[in-house]
Design a protein around this ligand. Structure first.
Ligand SMILES: Nc1ncnc2c1ncn2[C@@H]1O[C@H](COP(=O)(O)OP(=O)(O)O)[C@@H](O)[C@H]1O
Ligand SMILES: CC(C)(COP(=O)(O)O)[C@@H](O)C(=O)NCCC(=O)O
Ligand SMILES: [Mn+2]
Length: 919
């Protein structure tokens, strides 16, 4: 590091020239016309500006949810004179989407699937890496399921025309048929839609008339069971308990799911004993259900909507209308049989003894009395049926529940009370969509029932309030509509952005018979009800094979169900927002369009944060990793595909310029000093993190190289967590102990710039030199300033210009283009060098959930005996407690004071070097 002054000069020159480049970019972007810009965005598909010969970038799909048609080779079939001739699409190989419906007495539930097109990958690089990893084409997995997304929408049955318009506007009815029969005029003689519920019979003709499609009817009970079984097996945080205002997710063991009682509370109620897939019996039901509450409630209160009725109940006091035990017993308990004075003896019972008319009762009180009457009754009958068949678990579905805390508490109380705690009530996040999902599963060809939990990723795009709730206005077709929608919400006021508290903990109070003590006087409207997201089906995702115990693995170190933690991280992420928006807008040339998208992004992300503050479990179990990923997803939703692009480029160049000096310095050291210097270098360079407030403030105080130098200087051992000696002994041996010759190391890399170039690459080089194959594992999609798998080959190629070890390894790993041509020609023998490879990890977040990684990474892991996780996101926020079946090294600088205090009892900028030998 002696030549730093020279290097600094070089860096300054580079920064100057970069500034000029940026100016040019701005000018160009400004002069772009809007259409060509949009087209460019689509072509770019979320990646960097130029294709750097990436090997991946495909496990996460970025296309919009619109069905993609392959129109190449399209030809008119038959008579050209016809008004709507059939168009043949010979290259449209698969169905483009599916749609299934559950048309109930009250609501129409719609589940539809949209395929995302598979973008072509750089096959050549991918093939070489696969050869290197020993994956022959013969042993390639076959994925029976198509990648795509499942969307959930509901409409009121009385508004069936809105539903038909929705289907028609999205062309959903065209997907379920053979695409060869697709008509230009969208008339679908042979198209069939699967549907269940009574409306499948009642409205079949209307569907034929309006959409030209036939309804194929599926048995309702069959569908409910298929939907529930699918959800309980495939979705990680589907089921939860809800007691006294407290929601807790339940981890269902797939091998111990059956038997259970399924209670579907729709207009009426069905109780089904489920013994297995397709094995069930409808054992009971009751006609006192959701329709009763809504119907009677409407008559008695004159409410205009179900939500209004439910909202009223939150301000009600049922004691004015219900006859309580105390009313009969002169204010005392009937303790002999265990009834307290506040127990409801007779719902609506007071109405008989008083000389009052309907108008004399508050609608609020009527609504609450009715809600409690019906919920207790259902809870009680459910328990009796569970008892009849010896069932311990009862799952409640149907839209009567509507995610309403008080309803769930009441049902739970009834089950708990009557079973004396022996049976448990559980609820489902996709409560009302069981039947529709089941109908969807009945399409034979998509093989959805084979899906495993790790192949599903649930996302909550801002389309979700509209997708998960009632449809207000026309469908949000494109980005522009989505942005206007965000803008409208702000104009309309607080509906989505402001947290509206639902019933707080302790809703049912003592014994579940008290008045709900809800603070919030408005029920969150369906339009902002985001707890059903879009399910992304990604068949290529796998569980990381080196996890010691995937069943108990929990990626998050920080659990945000702790209100203190949630508030802290909420404040941190809100604080980052203005700066992030600036970066994002600048990355898109600072155009007016980018500014508008930036605003919409900020609103959308703030709305998510507000929603989660209000109800942390709304999107399933919430950890810090989910919040950080949500931010990245939200950026992508508003078409910011790489907000830190220019920062990354600038830092890569500056770091590459000083790499030769660093390598020279390292090479002059003896083995032991070298290893320590390299680990120190990784920790020091991890300071380049644009996701940390403290670090970003630091960057105002010096150039990258100055900060890097300062950071290295401050490296004082022992680090706060310091297992270096153990690692050193493992690698170099000591006394009796022989050095360990690792066969293959997986290096989970973090940031661009100094972090990768001056930290991780030199470490990789040392491992190669010591006879270890190295696989650099990087993000599939950009997140903050993290380096991506797509960007790495070019960085490695640049570094390889200065280093023979890296060059030969990169050639052997197929990372250098000329070398690949040689390998393919068979003219070059690269077997003399161990390969340096790059694989994508399957994610686009600063953290990593090792239950869902790319199939390439899973393949690469099979022969690996060392895992190195680098950075705060990958080794502290997530995986700090993860155990592996091979040796693991976790390296990070802690760039947040609170985390340092909590996790390692230390301070900001302390370092973690945790070595965990194979377990
Ligand atoms: N927006 C809504 N409009 C009407 N009913 C609703 C609404 N949200 C929840 N509900 C409740 O959900 C019940 C319908 O539940 P659902 O599972 O869809 O059954 P069904 O298939 O019989 O329509 C209604 O009777 C009512 O109690
Ligand atoms: C987003 C990050 C996890 C990235 O850290 P990295 O993995 O790059 O070390 C980290 O910067 C972070 O937790 N930031 C938020 C906390 C803060 O600003 O202090
Ligand atoms: Mn990072």
């Amino acid at each position: 590091m002696d030549n730093l002054t020279e290097a600094q000069q070089l860096q300054q020159q580079q920064q100057q020239s970069l500034q000029i480049d940026c100016l040019n970019e701005n000018t160009n972007s400004n002069s772009d016309n809007k259409n060509s810009k949009t087209q460019r965005e689509q072509e770019r598909g979320g990646g960097g500006e130029k294709d750097m010969g990436h090997i991946g970038g495909n496990s996460i799909h970025r296309s919009s949810s619109r069905p993609q048609l392959d129109l190449s080779g399209a030809a008119i079939q038959g008579n050209f004179e016809e008004r709507d001739p059939t168009i043949l699409l010979p290259n449209q190989s698969d169905d483009i989407s599916h749609l299934a419906l559950d048309i109930g007495g009250s609501l129409i539930k719609l589940v539809y699937f949209s395929r995302h097109e598979d973008r072509p990958v750089n096959d050549r690089i991918k093939r070489t890496i696969k050869e290197r990893l020993g994956i022959s084409n013969g042993s390639r997995r076959s994925y029976p399921i198509l990648g795509g997304r499942l969307h959930f929408v509901k409409f009121e049955t009385t508004n069936i025309n809105e539903c038909l318009d929705f289907i028609s506007s999205k062309q959903l009815h065209c997907g379920g048929m053979d695409a060869r029969l697709w008509h230009s005029g969208v008339s679908n003689e042979n198209a069939v839609i699967k549907a269940t519920g009574g409306g499948a019979f009642k409205y079949a003709d209307l569907f034929k008339e309006r959409l030209g499609v036939s309804i194929e009817k599926e048995d309702e009970m069959n569908c409910l069971v298929a939907g529930a079984n699918f959800l309980l097996k495939a979705i990680r945080h589907e089921a939860f308990t809800h007691m006294e205002g407290h929601k807790a997710f339940v981890q269902i063991d797939h091998n111990d799911l059956f038997p259970y009682l399924l209670v579907n509370i729709g207009s009426g109620v069905s109780m089904i004993k489920v013994d297995g897939d397709g094995k069930f019996q409808r054992v009971s039901g009751t006609n006192v259900g959701g329709g009763t509450y809504w119907g009677l409630g409407r008559l008695l209160t004159k409410c205009k909507s179900f939500d209004e009725l439910l909202e009223l109940s939150q301000r009600g006091d049922n004691r004015t209308i219900d006859m309580l035990v105390g009313d009969i017993y002169g204010g005392t308990d009937y303790s002999k049989i265990g009834l307290s004075a506040s127990t409801i003896a007779s719902s609506f019972g007071k109405a008989i003894s008083e000389n009052k008319e309907l108008e004399d009762y508050r609608p609020e009180d009527i609504s609450l009395s009715l809600l409690r009457m019906i919920s207790y009754n259902i809870g009680q009958i459910s328990y009796l049926n569970a008892l009849r068949f010896g069932l311990k678990r009862i799952f409640f579905g149907g839209f009567f529940i509507r995610g309403h805390a008080y309803t769930m508490d009441t049902i739970s109380f009834a089950v708990q009370f009557w079973s004396k705690g022996a049976a448990q009530a559980m609820f489902l996040r996709h409560e009302g969509f069981l039947g529709a999902l089941g109908a969807f599963m009945s399409y034979e060809k998509h093989g959805l029932d084979d899906l495993m939990v790790h192949q599903l990723v649930e996302r909550f795009p801002m389309g979700a309030p509209y997708i998960g709730g009632n449809v207000h206005g026309p469908p949000l077709g494109d980005l522009n509509e989505k942005i206007s929608w965000m803008e409208k919400f702000i104009l309309m006021g607080t509906e989505i952005t402001a947290p509206v508290p639902m019933s707080p903990p302790g809703t049912t109070g003592l014994g579940g018979f008290e008045v709900p003590s809800s603070k919030g006087d408005i029920l969150r409207s369906d339009a902002s009800k985001l707890n059903v997201g879009v399910l992304h089906l990604v068949p290529t995702l796998e569980v990381f094979p080196l996890l010691a115990d995937p069943k108990t693995y929990e990626p998050n170190t920080i659990d945000l169900s702790d209100p203190g933690e949630l508030e802290y991280w909420f404040t941190v992420l809100s604080g980052h927002l203005p700066d992030l928006v600036d970066k994002a807008v600048a990355s898109e040339g600072g155009t007016d369009d980018a500014k508008r998208r930036g605003d919409a992004f900020a609103r959308a992300f703030s709305a998510h944060l507000a929603r989660l503050m209000e109800e942390p479990a709304a999107y399933g179990k919430l950890g810090l990793a989910n919040l950080l990923e949500l931010r990245e997803e939200c950026l992508r939703e508003f078409h910011f595909f790489d907000a830190y692009r220019s920062i990354k480029q600038r830092e890569n160049e500056a770091s590459l310029a000083v790499l030769p000096d660093l390598l020279m310095e390292i090479d002059s050291m003896d083995e032991e000093t070298r290893l320590l210097t390299l680990i120190e270098g990784v920790l020091a360079a991890n300071i380049f993190d644009w996701g940390s407030r403290a670090c970003v403030d630091l960057y105002h105080e010096g150039t990258i190289i100055e900060i890097y130098k300062m950071s290295r200087k401050k490296m004082q051992r022992p680090w706060r967590v310091d297992d270096f000696d153990a690692f050193n002994e493992r690698v170099l041996g000591s006394g009796e102990k022989k050095p360990c010759q690792y066969k293959r190391a997986l290096l989970f890399v973090d940031n661009s710039g100094a972090d990768i170039v001056l930290g991780m690459l030199p470490l990789a080089r040392e491992l190669l030199r010591r006879g270890t194959e190295v696989v650099l594992v990087a993000n599939s999609l950009p997140a903050l300033n993290d380096v991506t798998a797509m960007e790495l080959p070019e960085i490695v190629a640049e570094a390889a210009k200065h280093c023979d070890i890296l060059r030969r390894a990169a050639e052997a790993g197929g990372l250098l283009v000329d070398a690949m041509i040689n390998i393919q020609d068979g003219t070059k023998d690269s077997s003399s060098s161990l390969p340096l490879m790059v694989v994508e990890n399957g994610c686009g977040s600063p953290c990593i959930d090792l239950r869902q990684v790319s199939s390439e990474l899973a393949d690469a892991a099979k022969d690996a005996d060392l895992v190195i996780l680098e950075g705060m996101g990958r080794s502290l926020h997530t995986n700090f407690n993860a155990k592996f079946t091979c040796d693991a090294l976790k390296l990070a600088m802690v760039k947040n004071q609170r985390l340092a205090e909590k996790l390692i009892n230390g301070n900001i900028y302390d370092c973690v070097c945790r070595f965990e030998p194979a377990c």
